[in-house]
Ligand binder design. Structure first.
Ligand code: PLP
Length: 383
């Protein structure tokens, strides 16, 4: 379905049908016994939190994972009643907010637990918490050896309800041995908790990478982010899970050709003069730059699609414009579309490919897209 876009210089198209189908496929694969927490931090990985949250609510997400309270509030503004877990640590002044908005928080220490208990009691409410255990990520979480004690302490604290226990893999896309060690530590803790006669409703460990590499450790909740948006996490380990099939990227990123020029041999292009034409070239100026979030570190490496063909970027990417080699194209028209991420004709450029050119990861490519780039939604229920 064509959408009006000729008014834009640089924009992202979000395919809500693809998003829905990615979630349905994931649901099909994990079954109905396993809850799905869709991770929507950083403005839903740059896709736009409100629209993505609304669509995910309609498509069967059980829980949302966010990084901070502002994101939780945005989800609340879209629909009431969905459980939300704040994956980041709650700052002292944010706890009251979490209690009032009924956002579940992540607990990594007794101090955090006591602070939360205090806030909940003061407001006369109960706060649901998930204990996080550090099995090898070394970021949030209580060390696995101390987690049982914390779990017991929390069950004794007033105002808190222990809703979940989780951990996070550090290198699941690259290092099977270390990931198995992490899973072992987590499993040992789960046995200890069981032996104590304690039961915790939600047990979870798997982000996208762990879902694709270690489906045997699904527990009863999964936390996919990247794959919900149709992108596979890159890594050294080959993925052989059939979960990787049927996922479609939800985001395309486009701009326009604003000028086409013939350049002689031997002239330098753009700031810093990092590219000198080796022969006469036809060069197109494009209406996107690092001010839109297109990473400058891809300069002289990245490709874009124009007229259905791959065209290399020439010289440094600037704030609002960049240059592409269109010498091989028969015809280039001022105003025509250039694709930064997405499909055109038989070709496709993925966020992972852009990430490789930039020496980074697809997550960063997506969340780097700035507010200047309007997100246009199609499909799903938004059409
Ligand atoms: C971001 C995040 C996820 C989702 O990760 P993906 O790799 O995007 O699937 C899951 N769990 C936690 C704790 C996270 O911070």
């Amino acid at each position: 379905m064509p959408i009006v876009k000729k008014r834009y210089r640089c924009w992202a198209e979000i395919d809500l049908t693809a998003l829905r189908e990615n979630l349905l496929w994931l649901r099909h694969r994990v079954g109905n016994q396993v809850k799905i927490m869709t991770v929507v931090k950083a403005d839903a990985y740059g896709h736009g939190l409100k629209q993505i949250a609304a669509l995910l609510m309609q498509s069967g997400t059980d829980i949302f994972g966010v990084a901070n309270m502002a994101e939780a509030q945005t989800i609340r503004s879209v629909g009431k009643g969905w459980p939300i877990l704040m994956l980041g640590a709650c700052l002292p002044e944010e706890i009251e907010w979490a209690v009032k908005d009924e956002v579940m928080v992540t607990i990594s220490s007794l101090e955090e637990a006591q602070r939360s208990s205090h806030a909940a009691r003061r407001l006369g409410k109960t706060l649901s918490v998930h204990v996080k255990t550090d099995t090898g990520m070394g970021r949030l979480g209580i060390r696995a050896e101390e987690a049982l004690t914390l779990v017991k302490e929390i069950t004794a604290l007033e105002g808190l309800s222990l809703a979940g226990l989780y951990t996070h893999y550090a290198s699941v896309e690259d290092d099977p041995d270390f990931s198995h060690q992490q899973a072992d530590r987590f499993n040992r803790l789960l046995s200890q908790i069981k032996a104590e006669g304690l039961s915790i409703p939600m047990i979870h460990a798997n982000n996208s990478g762990a879902l694709l590499h270690g489906e045997n450790t699904v527990y009863n909740l999964v936390r996919p982010g990247l794959m919900v948006y149709g992108i596979l996490p890159p890594g050294k380990r080959g993925i052989n899970s059939s979960l990787q099939h049927n996922l479609r990227p939800t985001l395309s990123w486009k701009c326009r050709v604003s000028l086409v020029k013939n350049m002689p041999r031997g002239v330098s292009l753009s700031y810093g003069r990092t590219f000198v034409t080796p022969r006469p070239m036809r060069v197109a100026t494009l209406t996107a730059g690092y001010g839109d979030g297109y990473l400058r570190s891809t300069s002289n490496r990245a490709e874009v699609l124009i007229g259905g063909r791959r065209c290399r970027l020439l010289g440094r990417i600037t704030m609002d414009q960049m240059l592409a080699d269109v010498s091989d194209l028969e015809q280039v028209t001022c105003g025509e579309e250039a694709v930064l991420i997405g499909e055109q004709g038989p070709n496709r450029i993925t966020a992972s490919e852009v990430a490789q050119w930039a020496g980074t990861i697809p997550w960063e490519v997506l969340v780097a897209i700035t507010y200047r780039v309007p997100r246009l939604y199609r499909g799903g229920h938004a059409s």
